[in-house]
Design a protein around this ligand. Structure first.
Ligand code: GTP
Length: 237
């Protein structure tokens, strides 16, 4: 029995690049979508937010001299490309998917309309929310928190290349320790890198738990079944 009825799944754009440094690797996208499909088959309603960092990272552009807004808009466009790639892969696997963008481009996808997104979810379609929040200065992590709340998801799942939140970077430090549970305050105070501060604050104020887990190896499905997977970030009990 799935423990959650409706989830918001946040995928990083970088994940879609696979072993490449840049762009979209269709084999990797298909593999990720296979993990999502497992959850859809369990009857869970899935909304997704995908980053754009594999194509263009707004903050990096800004750091290298671009106007932050221009760079962020480019990043938002990148998320639409990723969303269409994921839609294609999900539908190849047989799961109807709708891409709804915060920035209207109706020839490519539907505009993001909350009530429409909810109807799609109720009908069992995977909803991919593209275009971030539609505003510069906000990350796709913040878009994930926002969509997770307005679509009344039970949980936000941040699926990453690592299997949870560590006290330090597990790639750099062999003695890094993984947390099972972290409070929002701790995640913010210790800058644990779960999500950016805006996203965490939003989740904290609305009591929306975030789970960070690995995107591969069936972790997402195990989490949905109620197994102890990844790191849960939640309010202090
Ligand atoms: P229901 O109204 O619940 O049946 O949803 P639906 O999405 O199946 O119906 P609709 O007739 O709205 O859409 C049919 C197809 O057109 C779907 O594949 C939609 O994703 C697509 N579609 C709907 N609106 C737009 C839009 O504004 N732009 C683009 N590009 N496609 C759209």
């Amino acid at each position: 029995m799935p423990q959650y009825k409706r989830i918001l799944l946040k995928l990083s754009g970088e994940a879609l690049a696979g072993e490449q440094k840049y762009g979209i690797d269709p084999v990797t996208v298909s593999k990720i979508c296979g993990e999502v499909a497992e959850v859809v088959r369990m009857g869970v309603q899935v909304a997704m937010v995908i980053g754009g960092g594999n194509i263009f990272r707004g903050m990096a552009g800004a750091a290298r001299g671009m106007d932050r807004s221009s760079a962020d808009y480019m990043g938002m466009l990148a998320t639409v490309m990723n969303a269409v790639a994921v839609q294609d892969a999900m539908e190849t696997l047989g799961h109807p998917t709708r891409v709804l963008s915060a920035i209207t481009m109706q020839e490519i996808c539907e505009p993001y309309i909350k009530r429409r997104a909810e109807r799609h979810l109720e009908k069992g379609r995977v909803v991919i929310c593209a275009g971030g929040t539609g505003n510069p200065y906000f990350t796709t992590d913040t878009a994930a928190a926002l969509r997770g709340m307005e679509l009344k998801c039970d949980i936000i799942i941040k699926a990453t290349k690592v299997d949870g939140v560590y006290d330090k970077d597990p790639v750099k430090y062999g003695d890094a320790v993984k947390y099972n549970t972290v409070s929002f305050e701790e995640a913010l105070g210790k800058r644990l890198g779960v999500m950016d501060a805006t996203a965490i604050s939003l989740a904290m104020e609305n009591n929306m738990p975030i789970v960070v887990c690995n995107m591969f190896g069936g972790d997402i499905a195990r989490l949905i079944k109620g197994e102890n997977v990844g790191t849960i970030v939640q309010g202090e009990s």
